[in-house]
Design a binder for this molecule. Sequence first.
Ligand code: GLP
Length: 249
Amino acid sequence: MRIIEAVDYEDLSRKAAGIIASQITLKPASVLGLATGSSPVGLYRCLVEWYKNGDLDFSRVSSVNLDEYKGLSGDNDQSYRYFMNSHLFDHVNIDKARTFVPNGLEPDSSRECARYDQVLADAGQVDIQLLGMGHNGHIGFNEPEDFFEKGTHCVDLAPSTIEANKRFFQKEEDVPRQAYTMGIGSIMQAAQVLVVVSGAEKAEILAEAFAGPVTPRVPASVLQLHQNVVLVADQAALGKLKERMEAGK
Ligand code: GLP
């Protein structure tokens, strides 16, 4: 794993956006694996700015997103489809027909999971998978579990995730209780994984994920088994991981 230390969130966003921008420049028909949450907002802002400056071309890019709340339509301003449109897709020249997000409105979970696995298979290997990390170490919506789920599945959100995400909703009852998420197996197929983590409140779980045992109780820990992971984190988030790595030397 390569660790890139950023001074703060702005610096982290520019550095991580630079990695995605070079991927697109080197391979214009890249398949991007995209993520939502507050962590990647700044990097999407950079990508939009560089596109507007004429430095980036998304016309041949396609994308697959990690997850979507079950029960929300793409028009709902809390859905991850809406997030992707408003933070990135609406502002760059990507062909929206080649941007994929699970369909939160499909009530039949096994049907939607099978459909999305087919979408992933048809998209081909993800060149770079962007990931944030939840406070409990979740990636996408792969919550702490007894085993790693391979493919797309429907999850019951952990109480801590509902608590963390309620800030985006009017009230806690509005947070959906379930979501569709790409599985750990699919995430691990990406050629490269780019993890962005910011803030002191993630320092402990970041250290656990990258210096602790590989366990489905901390889903991000599986990334220790991936051969091409780049972690871009700010100093506040990296504090504990650096201590653990230095102590382990
Ligand atoms: C959400 C998303 C994840 C995201 C995580 C962290 O629940 N499903 O993909 O990485 O929470 O969010 P944030 O970056 O806002 O801390």
